[in-house]
Design a protein around this ligand. Structure first.
Ligand code: ADP
Ligand code: ASP
Ligand code: MG
Length: 420
C-alpha cells in the first residue's frame, strides 16, 4: 500500500462530466489499496472569472487590503471544485472528505496573492486516511498566522500538491493535466514538440522559472527540497487504463542524472511574455548608479529580472532591466518622477511588448558554442536580440514579442528537438 497524491488542474476539473471522470480514476487507485490524497484546482476559467469580477468593481491596486480580498475571493474556486469532487467520489461509493486550506491547516506567510507555505499539519489528513477515506485538499490556498485566507500565486495548486506530498512523505505525487507530460517546449506553440520521458530536476526548475507553465516554479522547488517523486501526466487518458500503465506514463522529474536520460545539449525551450523592459538613458557614469536605480525599485517591492548596464560614453551610460508586466506602469512612474530626476538621467523609456525566450539543458555545461548557435539561428530569422543573460544551464534572450513563435520554432529546429 502506498500513499499517493494526485493533483488535477483546471481543465481536468472543467465540468461535472470531467469531475466524475477524475472521481472514477481516483476510485480506481483507492480500490487498488492506495491511500489517496487529491488536490484539485478550480474549474477552468473560474479563477479568471472571479478576479475579473473584482476588477469590474475596482481596478487592481497594489495594497494589502485589496489583495486580501482577492485571495478571499479566488480561494472559493478551489473550495467549490474540492467539494464537488468529494460528492462525486461518494457517488462512486467511496468515503471522501474535502478540506479548505485553513482546515488542514496549510500555514503560509501573509503575502496575499503570492503567499509561501510555511508548514502543513498532517494530523487531520492522516487520521482520515487511516480511517479509509479519500482526502481532498484544496489547491492554491492556505491560511496565515492571523487566520486570513491566502493564495499561492497563479498555478499554485501544483505547489499545494507537492507540499502536501512532502508533508505526508507520500510515495509519489502525480500532476494530472491537459497534456500528457513535459514537452521540449509548449506543444500549443510548436506542434513538433516532443514529450520527454524524464527531465532532470534542475532543468525542470529552469524551464518553470523561465515561463513553462506546466508546473509552477515553487512546486519544483518543493520537490527538490524534499525529494518528492514527481510525475506530470494526462488526465485525458481513459480513466480505466491499468494503474501500472498509468503510473509509468507522462514525464518523470528525476533527481539524479541517469544513464538513460536523453543526452541532448538543449532539452527544452521556454518563453515568457510576462515581462517588460525599462531603460534609464544618459545616466551619469559613476559608482552607485545600479544601486540607486535598483534600490528604489526594490524599495517599491518590485522584482527585477534581467539587468544590463552599457559601457559608458562621454561620462554617461544607459541602464536597462526587466520587470513583470503588471509592475511596468508603476516602475515607469517611479523612475520618471523620482529616480531619474535625482540621478540627473536624460530619459526613461520602456517597452512592454517584449518576450524572453530561453534554451535550457544540463548538456550546456559541457558544450561550447551553444549560445552562438542560438544567436545565429535568431539572426537567420531576422530577429534582433535586445538583451542576453546566461547561466550554467540556460541562455535567455529578450526579443520583440511579435517574433516569439518564430523564435521558439527556429530554436526548436536548430537544436534538433523537432520530432522525427
Ligand atoms: P493545469 O490547469 O492542469 O495546471 P496548466 O495550463 O497550468 O494546466 O499547464 C499545462 C499547460 O502548460 C499545457 O496545456 C501547455 O500548453 C503548457 N506548457 C507550457 N510549456 C510546456 C511544456 N514544456 N510541456 C508541456 N506543457 C507546457
Ligand atoms: N486556480 C488557480 C489558478 O488558476 C490555481 C491553479 O489552477 O493551479 O491559477
Ligand atoms: Mg497549472
Amino acid at each position: 500500500m502506498s500513499l499517493i497524491v494526485h493533483k488535477y488542474g483546471g481543465t481536468s476539473m472543467g465540468s461535472t462530466e470531467r469531475i466524475r471522470n477524475v472521481a472514477k480514476r481516483v476510485a480506481k487507485w483507492a480500490r487498488a489499496g492506495h491511500q489517496m490524497v487529491v488536490v484539485p484546482s478550480a474549474m477552468s476559467g473560474e479563477t479568471n472569472r472571479l478576479l475579473g469580477l473584482a476588477k469590474e468593481l475596482a481596478p487592481e491596486r497594489p495594497d494589502t487590503a485589496y489583495y486580501r480580498e482577492l485571495d478571499m475571493l479566488a480561494a472559493t474556486g478551489e473550495q467549490a471544485s474540492s467539494a464537488l469532487l468529494a460528492i462525486a467520489l461518494q457517488a462512486e461509493g467511496l468515503e471522501a472528505v474535502s478540506y479548505a486550506g485553513w482546515q488542514v491547516p496549510i500555514r503560509t506567510d501573509s503575502a496575499y496573492t503570492k503567499a509561501r507555505i510555511d508548514s502543513i499539519d498532517d494530523a487531520r489528513v492522516r487520521a482520515d486516511l487511516a480511517a479509509g477515506k479519500v482526502v481532498i485538499v484544496t489547491g492554491f490556498q492556505g491560511v496565515d498566522e492571523a487566520g486570513n485566507i491566502t493564495t499561492l500565486g497563479r498555478g499554485g495548486s501544483d505547489t499545494s500538491a507537492v507540499a502536501v506530498a512532502a508533508a505526508l512523505k507520500a510515495d509519489e505525487c502525480l500532476i494530472y493535466t491537459d497534456v500528457d507530460g513535459v514537452y521540449t517546449t509548449d506543444p500549443r506553440i510548436v506542434p513538433e514538440a516532443r514529450r520527454l520521458h524524464s527531465i532532470s530536476f534542475e532543468e525542470m526548475l529552469e524551464m518553470a522559472s523561465l515561463g513553462s507553465k506546466v508546473l509552477q516554479i515553487r512546486s519544483v522547488e518543493f520537490a527538490g527540497k524534499y525529494k518528492v517523486p514527481l510525475r506530470v501526466l494526462s488526465s485525458f487518458t481513459p480513466w480505466d487504463i491499468p494503474i501500472e500503465e498509468e503510473a509509468r506514463s507522462g514525464t518523470l522529474i528525476t533527481f539524479e542524472e541517469d544513464e538513460d536520460m536523453e543526452q541532448a545539449v538543449v532539452s527544452g525551450i521556454a518563453f515568457n511574455r510576462d515581462e517588460a523592459k525599462i531603460s534609464v538613458l544618459g545616466v551619469p557614469d559613476k559608482p552607485g548608479i545600479a544601486a540607486q536605480i535598483l534600490g528604489a525599485v526594490a524599495d517599491a517591492n518590485i522584482e527585477v529580472d534581467m539587468i544590463i548596464q552599457n559601457v559608458g560614453k562621454e561620462g554617461r551610460t544607459d541602464f536597462s532591466f526587466t520587470v513583470h508586466r503588471n509592475d511596468y506602469a508603476r516602475t515607469m512612474d517611479l523612475l520618471k518622477e523620482k529616480v531619474a530626476p535625482a540621478l540627473g538621467a536624460q530619459e526613461v523609456v520602456g517597452d512592454a511588448k517584449i518576450c524572453k525566450v530561453s534554451i535550457v539543458g544540463i548538456g550546456m555545461r559541457s558544450h561550447v558554442g551553444v549560445a552562438s548557435t542560438m544567436f545565429r539561428s535568431l539572426s537567420e530569422e531576422g530577429i534582433n536580440i535586445q538583451m542576453i543573460s546566461t547561466s550554467e544551464i540556460k541562455t535567455s534572450v529578450v526579443i520583440d514579442e511579435k517574433y516569439m513563435e518564430l523564435a521558439v520554432r527556429a530554436l526548436h529546429r536548430a537544436f534538433g528537438l523537432d520530432a522525427e
